[in-house]
Ligand binder design. Sequence first.
Ligand SMILES: Cc1cc2nc3c(=O)[nH]c(=O)nc-3n(C[C@H](O)[C@H](O)[C@H](O)COP(=O)(O)O)c2cc1C
Length: 192
Amino acid sequence: MPDRNQAALDFLLTRRSRPAKTLTTPVPDRATLEVLLTAAARTPDHGKLEPWRFIVLEKQALTRLAKMVPARAAALDIPEDKLIKAVAQYRDADLAVVVVDSPVASEKVPQIEQTYSAGAVCLSLLNAALAAGWGANWLSGWASHDPVFCKDGLGLGTHERVAGLIHLGTETSAPPERPRPDLEQKVTWVSQ
Ligand SMILES: Cc1cc2nc3c(=O)[nH]c(=O)nc-3n(C[C@H](O)[C@H](O)[C@H](O)COP(=O)(O)O)c2cc1C
């Protein structure tokens, strides 16, 4: 049995995202971020297909993407409030990592399992950042699901999708705890 790691367990029992809009500079530098990405890439992956990849969005790239949002909102008939929110998500961010769900042809591993692995990478990156003392938040938003935005803005292939944008930075305030699931509603114990 592995040794008990009480600090890790305490972290997992208390971890809490920091809303992206409350994050500021400084952000992790490349060497610091590489440690977090290394932790994130250490994720269960059936068949060792590595069916995901990272795109690191630095400030200028985020500004460029913010400028792309209004035209896509117009093309998709996105309501004004959602347009404003999406522009702000990119314009006000200093660093974000796109985790790309990038499935690999496999006779053995169903695509859904590869997508689950990409989701697990998102949580691992989020948790690594929080554990390292950074503020971090897993976001999506309508633009991240728009194939045109993904292709023209992020360079995704037609078979790829955004699993999540992990926003990273320095927290300005810690959010209050949010209600957590009632385990009695979520767990079925099967004894025989
Ligand atoms: C796939 C995915 C996409 C999400 N997208 C958004 C989003 O676009 N906007 C938002 O406010 N929260 C979004 N969330 C929720 C937050 O990341 C997070 O669940 C919430 O802030 C509480 O996180 P915590 O349990 O780490 O404290 C998303 C969560 C997931 C798993």
